[in-house]
Design a binder for this molecule. Structure first.
Ligand code: FUB
Length: 743
């Protein structure tokens, strides 16, 4: 019987229709829902894998806003949180009062050697939680004290109830962590719960029902239901002995008198000998939470939380609710254009979750063939350009296949995850979307592929992008993690900018670097690390050419010098466009035009442009007279007379004598007498250090120039000014200055 049920659950799951159990990464039990600020939270227990009893160590939290995609918030509360607890982290419930969240738990107490009721508190529904009083809220050595449930009545009185095989109650004070009066106990009568307490039952007599444990106290909303006054309070509970079903009783007040009202979830179809329920109304729907043993390898000590939607009867009473594998329908959609935590899922196979201080909860234990499913993903009929994910692999990595509708559905993208140097050495990777037609909300699948057997990688978060974008070198070493993106309003250019633009405004705008590439390439593939690094220190960099979506060399047609002017025009237009993410965030008074090699010539070609406030010529210089008049990179090559059009300070950053542009660059430098000019050399040759990690030394010096020229940074100025400019003392570098530069 058990096997058949399990196989049934599995086949439904594999067919992609299942929503129950709604957590598949761990065994979870005793669900306690709480709605707060438009989000449904569910607090659960955690059955250990392979357990032979309820040896439970911690509690967990999950949340959703659409009832199908659940986010795992990990375990913000465990036995270790309570100095007095040493075993059995059993059923619990959380409630909010005055902005604080109180999580009532039960656990074995090493003080009394019985089960005890404790309370933890937090400022957030997802923790961190701490023991609110440093001792049990209630204990007396009895094993009855399990399964707390809590309710705040309309008059503000909070009631805490619990117990197996009796129901106890306390009136909580407003502080929620102390109580007034004595411990109360509900009379265990046939009328109240279907049978009297065990000791009082008549031998051989068939009773209607019997209270066991797991109470859930609630009050019917009299504004919505035609509920008689004597039935306004409802106590739901696990009933009938082992195996358990769910029944309930009603009363005119929490203290009674209670009247047995019938069975809500009958026996059968759960593969678990316990059951434990919680009820919540959310976004106009009503939900009944319970647990089953229906995950693979699950059962009585390996339970899993499940949920069904139901409708109250007109008088607020419960209908019969049956367990299903399908679970509930989405009541919202998931936005794929934000950062979505990988531990948000509607269904998964094979994977687990872990948590650490660096990234919080992430998906782990990913093996070949495992998958994650999300439901009702709303692409809003837009066409995403790229898919981004943050991943880490301490071994060989693998692949994420991004598919629509099923594990074998339309392939949108295939992201290759390399070895990143550790299971927590995270890298943000992007890949282009291959083909896409996104009409209505769709199911989305991440299917994991790689070598059979070993763990492949860990998965922290993902997102789709409407722009082509990519994060390299973890966003750079600066204080503002950067990304590069292609914007449709600036075709054939790549924008490098901080990922979080909220820090920038009219008072602290982003200075602008406009860049032309070596070989007049129409992609900044060779300079991406260098430019990304600069952007991470609070610049917008507008580079000529297509975004390099991988590390391959660009082999298409060359760029033109005009593209630098397009970049400048675009920056000015964006800054005054209220629709732009860069609206009033760009520093139009501080703009450096720069380029490398052929891009340096494009820069000199454009040097008269009045909006430029600084120039940076890298591995470049006006070519000999013999080339004058020839065309290259969309321009007629400038001759030396062009240098007279420079109207801003200029620096040449060259690769020393081994640089084939050294002679031309230094010749330019010696001819410039009308503006401050600087020549910095590091003898590394024409290729500079652009391809080194974070752009190497050239990025350090270029950034110092920009910090001084565009941000007025006095410390950076010291690299180039004074009797003993710091750059001249930097390993390998020489610095020359013309008379205008002064000392
Ligand atoms: O999870 C441990 C115990 O099992 C709970 O406290 C009971 O309600 C039953 O579900």
């Amino acid at each position: 019987m058990k096997k058949t049920l399990l196989l049934c659950a599995l086949c439904t799951a594999l067919n992609g229709f299942a929503q129950n159990p709604f957590v598949q990464t761990w065994f979870t039990s005793d669900p306690a829902p709480m709605v707060h600020n438009g989000t449904m939270y569910v607090y659960t227990g955690h059955d250990e894998d392979g357990a032979d009893f309820f040896w439970m160590q911690e509690w967990r939290v999950y949340s959703t806003t659409d009832m199908v995609n659940w986010t795992d918030h990990g375990s913000p509360l465990a036995l270790e949180s309570f100095s007095w607890a040493d075993d059995r982290a059993w059923a619990a419930q959380t409630i909010e009062r005055n902005g604080k969240f109180y999580w009532y738990v039960c656990a074995h107490s090493k003080i009394s050697n019985g089960m005890a009721i404790g309370v933890a508190v937090s400022d957030s529904p997802t923790g961190p939680f701490r023991d609110a009083i440093g001792k049990p809220l209630y204990e007396n050595g009895s094993w009855d004290h399990i399964d707390p449930t809590v309710m705040i009545d309309d008059d503000g009185q909070a009631w805490l109830m619990w117990g197996n095989p009796r129901v106890y109650y306390l009136k909580l004070r407003n502080d929620m962590i102390s109580y007034e009066g004595e411990l109360g106990m509900l009379p265990m009568t046939e009328e109240a719960f279907g049978s009297p307490s065990m000791r009082e039952r008549e031998k051989g007599k068939q009773y209607k029902d019997s209270y066991v444990e797991g109470p859930w106290i609630r009050k019917v909303d009299a504004t919505k239901y035609n509920v008689p006054n004597d039935k306004r309070y409802q106590l739901l509970y696990a009933a009938g002995g082992v195996p358990e079903h769910i029944s309930y009783s009603t009363a005119p007040s929490p203290t009674g008198p209670w009247t047995y009202a019938g069975i809500i979830m009958p026996l059968g179809g759960t593969n678990s000998f316990t059951n434990h329920c919680g009820v919540a109304d959310y976004k106009g729907h009503s939900y009944f939470f319970y647990h089953t043993g229906k995950l693979p390898h699950g059962g009585g000590f390996g339970r899993s939380v499940a949920v069904e939607e139901f409708q109250y009867n007109a008088d607020g009473s419960f209908p019969t609710i049956l367990p299903t594998d399908e679970g509930v329908k989405p009541i919202g959609t998931l936005n794929p254009y934000t950062r979505v935590e990988a531990e948000t899922m509607a269904f998964s196979r094979g994977v687990k979750t872990e948590q650490n201080n660096q990234v919080g909860v992430y998906v782990s234990d990913i093996h070949n063939g495992d998958y994650i499913k999300l439901q009702a993903v709303d692409f809003s009929s837009a066409t995403p350009e790229t898919f981004t994910a943050r991943v880490a692999s301490g071994r060989r990595g693998g692949t994420i296949e991004v598919r629509l509708d099923s594990v074998k559905g339309q392939l949108l993208a295939q992201l290759d995850v390399p070895a990143t140097g550790g299971w927590e050495a995270w890298k943000t990777l992007s890949v282009e979307i291959q083909n896409a037609s996104f009409d209505t909300p769709r199911d989305l699948y991440f299917v994991f592929k790689g070598r059979k057997g070993p763990k492949l990688f860990n998965f922290d978060w993902w997102g789709f992008n409407l722009k082509k974008q990519r994060v390299i070198e973890d966003g750079g070493t600066g204080p503002y993690k950067a990304l590069m993106l292609e914007d449709k309003t600036l075709p054939a250019h790549t924008v490098f900018a901080p990922q979080d633009l909220s820090k920038f405004n009219e008072k602290t705008p982003l200075p602008i670097l406009v860049w032309g590439n070596g070989a007049c390439s129409n992609s900044p593939f060779e300079h991406a690390k260098f430019l990304n690094e600069i952007a991470s220190y609070g610049y917008i960099v507008l580079a000529t050419g297509y975004i390099p979506m991988n590390d391959e060399w660009y082999r298409g047609p060359q760029s033109s010098a005009q593209q630098q002017i397009e970049s400048i025009d675009w920056a000015f237009a964006q800054n005054s466009n209220p629709e732009s993410p860069f609206y009033h965030k760009l520093d139009l008074q501080h703009l450096c035009l720069a380029g490398m090699s052929c891009g340096g010539l494009q820069t000199l070609y454009n040097c008269a442009e009045p909006r430029i406030t600084s120039l940076m010529i890298c591995n470049s210089g006006v070519l000999n007279q013999q080339f004058a008049g020839q065309t290259m990179g969309g321009m007629t090559l400038p001759d030396k007379s062009k240098l007279q059009e420079i109207h801003t300070p200029v620096i040449y950053i060259l690769g020393g004598k081994p640089d084939m542009a050294y002679e031309n660059g230094m010749d330019d430098f010696h001819r410039i007498n009308h503006v401050p000019a600087y020549a910095a050399n590091l003898p590394v040759g024409h290729g500079g250090t652009y391809l080194q990690a974070h752009g190497g030394e050239f990025a350090v010096v270029a950034r110092a120039w920009l910090d001084w020229q565009l941000k007025g940074d006095a410390q950076a100025a010291r690299q180039f000014t004074g009797k003993q400019p710091a750059l001249a003392y930097r390993q390998g570098w020489t610095l020359e200055r013309n008379k205008k530069a002064g000392k």
